[in-house]
Design a protein. Structure first.
Length: 215
């Protein structure tokens, strides 16, 4: 099947935000009584809806987090991103070189996506092609966000490729009927039918010169 568009996740796929964001999350959660490291938070929460992550912390500490938790998390995360966020290696080379339509589809709010892309120099390539779960009310692993992005680009889902770095994202891409690439993930975490890539520079070869076996 010929690929006519690429849908990128944002965190951990275009911008190197996973560990940084989970450092902020874990630190604030610990201030509220939880016990977790950034690595533990990343393993437990990567690619998941923030409300689910908050609910798990509340279960672990046996009480509700303060109403200020999420706003304070957003504030601290934005500050950390402005100071320390970098693009994923290869993103600034790959994205300008793409000749086919592409977009970013993330479970994060638009403000976070735009900030992440802005501080890493990627925003000019995506300004009119940003899709957020918060704006359509569907989160990964449901396929709705990717299907919405494909429809907005006018490309059939089966002719779209998804680039992801989390299990919920991979599951969403498969459920949408798209070709799915897992960036930098361990093989045991990758569902059947997904191709693993170690670096963004592999995308042109994998999608256009070396199709996934069986297609």
């Amino acid at each position: 099947m010929r690929i006519e568009a690429i849908i990128f996740d944002c965190d951990g796929t275009l911008v190197d935000s996973e560990l940084l964001g989970n450092e902020v999350f874990a630190r604030l959660a610990c201030e509220c009584g939880a016990t977790m490291s950034a690595q533990e938070a990343m393993k437990a929460f990567r690619g998941r809806k923030l409300a689910e992550c908050v609910a798990e912390v509340e279960t672990s500490i046996g009480r509700s987090l303060p109403d200020t938790f999420v706003p304070e998390l957003r504030r601290r995360m934005a500050a950390a991103f402005r100071d320390r966020l970098h693009p994923i290696d290869g993103a600034l080379d790959l994205i300008p070189s793409l000749a086919l339509p592409f977009c970013v589809a993330s479970s994060g709010p638009r403000e976070k996506i735009e900030l992440s892309l802005s501080v890493t120099g990627l925003l000019p390539y995506f300004e009119d092609r940003i899709f957020s779960s918060y704006e359509i009310g569907v989160w990964k692993p449901e396929p709705g966000l990717f299907l919405h992005a494909a429809a907005a680009m006018g490309i059939p889902p089966e002719r779209c490729a998804v680039v992801e770095d989390s299990l919920p994202g991979l599951q969403a891409g498969l459920a949408a009927g798209m070709t799915v690439l897992a960036l930098g993930m361990e093989d045991e975490m990758i569902p059947t039918g997904v191709r693993r890539i170690a670096h963004l520079s592999e995308i042109p070869r994998v999608l256009f010169d070396d199709p996934i076996e069986g297609e």
